[in-house]
Design a protein around this ligand. Structure first.
Ligand code: APR
Length: 230
């Protein structure tokens, strides 16, 4: 059975990572949308760098939860038949043991050089303007997809959606495209779709089944079901 799991901020919420829209989407009084944009970065790079440096430190201080661990357990069984597509920029899936993870909105632990285009692991705070390891210029930005920028690896995601038998969305509000439309793509190719969320999302009606509750409870239970049926 081929499975695609789309995760959003809700899968990391119980680890202590604030979501975007449950917490009112505010950071230090800024609307996230006003900080996570190319315009904001070029207008006030120090504030945007501080926003991501703060989030990088916060993520380093928390642990993956049972939902992340269950998806890693599923990958250990399904291997290449499971792909996790995450909108999250934290590394909690990887720290839980998942290896096949697509970060469609980028990731906090990677830096992108605006000068040479090379990516490098983040060391310390980008707010300190470290030199790019590849070209030496102090032109590193967060390797995060901002509003108005193209998400990463959409071709790979589309191929996986077309080929999967099960599509499961965990902890995402369905407020942001293209991720919010993945359920329609998967269903259009015959996949059975399941949404796991604390409350109904903006796209719950598009799913074959919706299970409401905590990801840390419902994701392990679902993984147990899949493994029992395998
Ligand atoms: N268990 C399951 N779901 C939860 C939990 C939980 N413990 N806590 C919160 N949720 C759900 C909420 O009900 C909500 O539907 O997680 C979702 C969080 O929604 P958002 O904050 O909008 O996060 P997300 O869907 O990942 O946002 C998508 O928007 O701001 C951009 O780029 C950013 O990747 C982000 C994208």
């Amino acid at each position: 059975m081929r499975v695609v799991v789309l995760t959003g901020a809700g899968i990391s919420a119980e680890s202590g990572v604030p979501t975007f829209r449950d917490a009112g989407g505010l950071w230090e009084g800024h609307r996230v949308e006003d900080v996570a944009t190319p315009e904001a970065f070029h207008r006030d790079p120090a504030t945007v760098q501080r926003f991501y440096d703060d989030r990088r430190r916060a993520v380093a201080s928390v642990e993956p939860n049972a939902a992340h661990l269950a998806l890693a357990r599923l990958e250990a069984s399904l291997g290449d038949d499971l792909l996790v597509v995450t909108q999250n920029i934290d590394d909690l899936h990887e720290r839980a043991g998942s290896e096949r993870v697509v970060h469609m909105h980028g990731r906090l632990d990677s830096a992108l050089c605006e000068s040479c285009g090379e990516r490098s692991p983040v060391v310390g705070d980008l707010g300190d303007r470290p030199a790019c390891p590849a070209c030496g210029r102090a032109a590193l930005r967060p390797d995060v997809v901002w509003f108005g920028e193209l998400p990463y690896e959409l071709d790979r995601i589309d191929l996986a959606l077309a080929a999967c038998d099960r599509f499961v969305a965990v902890g995402t509000s369905g407020a942001v495209h293209p991720a919010a439309g993945f359920v329609l793509t998967a269903a259009g190719f015959g996949a059975v779709t399941l949404e796991i969320n604390l409350v109904e999302s903006e796209v719950s009606l598009l799913f074959d089944e919706v299970r409401l509750g905590l990801a840390s409870m419902l994701v392990p239970a679902w993984v147990d079901e899949v493994l029992a049926a395998a």
